[in-house]
Design a protein around this ligand. Structure first.
Ligand code: FES
Length: 257
């Protein structure tokens, strides 16, 4: 069930260049089930900035949950200034997340995250590992300063890091690592910028691939049509899908990205 709640800040700390990890306590956490779902956060009190910001859920805990956001622009700068004990107005959980059921125990799942697409991979890795799935994570960033959650993801399996400028890990993109991977992936889960998702879709690295789309959103609950994307069967007209309520996770080939 979707709820709106004033969640209490447990912690709000910077973990990389302009990247913040926010832990919130609230009953909302008991409604969260799937990795890849998101919450819609009212970043400031009052009407300005008006819109909520969609932020993916990084970890579902007992009585609390973690989200990770990039400080860019007015809204998220205001959020970054909030401290422990203050409250944040949160609507969620929203959307359909990654289908963990599609991976069988003993199979290998490769999780690919780019930038702020990395956070949902943490909860996903946790759920897959709990189920007995072998988890391999590939995470990509601009540079060393923006790397986060390498250690956290390594709790659940091997982690490979790529940076565009080569200041840490392998130089290049996550897809460079994906291509050279020694293990065969049974299933690929990915979240990150559209060009990254597109090349993962085109690469066909596994029998099954699921992609989480980053889309500009308005309402977050399927009412405003701000996040519409077209299906591959009918790339221009109807039918369409709404990223917020039909997604944000889609099977590769389902929608035009
Ligand atoms: Fe309003 Fe998706 S954000 S319909």
């Amino acid at each position: 069930m979707i709820r709106q709640e004033n969640c209490k800040i447990v912690s709000n700390r910077q973990i990389a260049d302009n990247i913040f990890e926010l832990v919130l306590a609230g009953e909302l956490s008991s409604e969260m089930k799937q990795a890849g779902q998101f919450v819609h956060v009212k970043v400031a009190d009052g009407l300005d900035p008006l819109l909520r910001r969609p932020i993916s859920i990084a970890s579902i805990n007992d009585g609390s949950f973690t989200i990770i956001y990039r400080r860019q622009g007015k809204g998220t700068s205001l959020l970054a200034e909030k401290s422990t004990g203050m409250t944040v107005d949160v609507l969620g959980p929203l959307g359909n997340g990654f289908p963990v059921d599609e991976a069988e125990p003993g199979q290998t799942a490769v999780l690919v995250g780019g930038g702020v697409g990395v956070p949902p991979m943490y909860e996903l890795a946790k759920q897959l590992a709990r189920k007995g799935v072998n988890v391999v994570s590939i995470i990509g960033f601009q540079s060393f300063e923006s790397v986060f959650y390498e250690k956290e993801l390594s709790e659940f399996g091997e982690v490979f890091v790529a940076t565009v400028d080569g200041s840490y890990g392998r130089t290049g993109f996550v897809t460079d690592i994906l291509e050279g991977l020694e293990v065969q992936a049974d299933i690929v889960f990915a979240c990150g910028p559209t060009p990254m998702l597109r090349s993962i879709e085109n690469g066909q690295y596994a029998q099954k691939t699921y992609l989480s789309l980053e889309e500009r959103m308005g309402c977050g609950i399927g009412a405003c049509f701000a996040c519409v994307c077209h299906t591959k069967d009918d790339p221009k007209g109807l039918p369409y899908k709404k990223v917020c309520s039909d997604g944000p996770v889609f099977q590769a080939g389902e929608v035009v990205i």
